[in-house]
Design a protein around this ligand. Structure first.
Ligand SMILES: [Zn+2]
Length: 108
């Protein structure tokens, strides 16, 4: 059945795997990262990009983890702000969404 809860959970687990792989590919957290790179401005700029990307990947990961824990709590699909339901279309586009579209747009 399309759009079922268990399907969404599988989708999130798969997404989580992908994010982990991306983080691993960036070499984030590896001590050897600094060694072997010349200290040039270009490398510094590239590093900044890598760190920005790693930061957004970690944010994604924490959203996914939060969403996955909601399956266990039985609150998946529920807005963290107002407690109302998050629309199916929004979950389709962003399975790890924490808030409904109304609260998300109010925030900015
Ligand atoms: Zn809401």
């Amino acid at each position: 059945m399309a759009g079922s809860i268990s399907e969404r959970r599988d989708q999130l687990s798969a997404e989580r795997e992908r994010v982990w792989v991306q983080l691993a590919e960036l070499g984030v957290g590896r001590d050897s990262y600094d060694e072997g790179f010349a200290d040039t401005g270009q490398v510094t700029a590239e590093r900044g990009e890598v760190e920005a990307l790693a930061g957004s990947l970690r944010d994604t990961l924490s959203d996914i983890d939060a969403a996955l824990s909601k399956f266990d709590a039985g609150t998946y699909g529920q807005c963290e702000e107002c407690g109302g339901p998050i629309s199916e279309a929004r979950l389709e586009a962003a399975p790890a969404a924490r808030t409904c579209i109304e609260c998300a747009s109010k925030r900015r």
